[in-house]
Design a protein around this ligand. Sequence first.
Ligand code: NAD
Ligand code: TYD
Length: 372
Amino acid sequence: MRDSPVAGPGRRLLVTGGAGFIGSCFVREILGRRDGTRVTVLDKLTYAGNRANLAAIETDPEQASRFRFVHGDIAAPDVVGPLVAEADAVVNFAAETHVDRSILEPEAFLATGVVGVHVLLEACRAEAADGGLRPAPRLVQVSTDEVYGSVANGHARETDPLAPRSPYSAAKAAGDLLVGSYFATFGLDVVITRGSNTYGPFQHPEKLIPLFLTNALDDQPLPLYGDGLQRRDWLYVADHALAVEHVLIHGAAGEIYNIPGDTERTNREVVGLLLEELGKPWSLVRQVEDRPGHDWRYAMDGARLQALGWRNRTDFREGLASTVAWFRDNEPWWRACKSGDWTAYYDRQYGSRLANGLLVAELAAGDDVSSR
Ligand code: NAD
Ligand code: TYD
């Protein structure tokens, strides 16, 4: 166990990618606790980064007094160095995160996921070499279950080999390997978390749940890739963010911790539950051309994190209901995401898919998908 907790008066966290979906949840949770922790967010504000995700902090004088926003790139050493030098811990959420976009344009995934992670590591190494009174900051690398690749049977453990299959997951795996190498070679205080598919308020509507939710609110078609029998393990965003904090405080240096969601569902099952929650018909669903290299199943073993004392708090139905309620109440937020460059992206990704889309029968309860 680490004897230097990162919460409390005077502690300084650098949260990279803190204007995104999970990072902003992490920042809102920590500052909302009003325990004196100070947070700097470093974010490039890509199409997925949004200052509005942090508005509740910036309009609350007490939280705002402990918060600073820096607009910048984790791959820029001159920006990163001074911020890392003043931090007690760095939590890296920054990444390009959408698999479909990594298939269309992979370059940015490498720039942030590989070069950016390396710049953060080098800045931590410079602090460790400095030999000053302050210890070098701990670095938490927020990674993903996708680095294990498609898991046909059982549950991936932290010691399993990496087998990424998309440019997104390959870039994340490269980042993880760099982080591990800086522990082995330079003894840096690093930890890696691997979260499963996350959902909840403030998620950019490019991802399955918010895309289908917002399309359904507009009675627009829902583009289901392939047969829709792919399986994901769903994790509520606050559980993901707080599990990352748990690892930051309690994780052992050099270790990796899976964060499963304990909710494995086929995509069809997820869409069915979502439509039920929305009161919208299955006839909105279209079966469309599959994603190339589509991973069939993600599943992870969470024993190591459980042994650290972590338990998820939000059950899937409850999390889905809060997510639907939030998107209903925050229409201007998601309409802004679905404007500007979004239209070109949507046409490129879905235009011909939807033109050739098929009506698809609802999966009957009890249909056997285990034979795949
Ligand atoms: P997101 O796309 O919502 O946000 C990413 C944030 O990083 C944005 O604010 C963006 O502006 C910022 N960013 C991108 N490149 C940057 C750069 N070079 N420098 C500084 N900031 C940059 O992502 P998310 O869903 O919140 O994911 C956060 C992290 O969690 C990612 O590392 C992702 O790989 C990981 N993760 C996500 C999920 C999921 O289901 N969303 C699951 C497991 C792990
Ligand atoms: P996504 O939210 O993109 O997350 P990931 O690819 O990181 O798991 O997709 C979740 C699942 O939903 C995945 O199996 C792909 C599928 N999907 C669709 O069927 N249609 C879509 O339009 C999207 C975005 C995803």
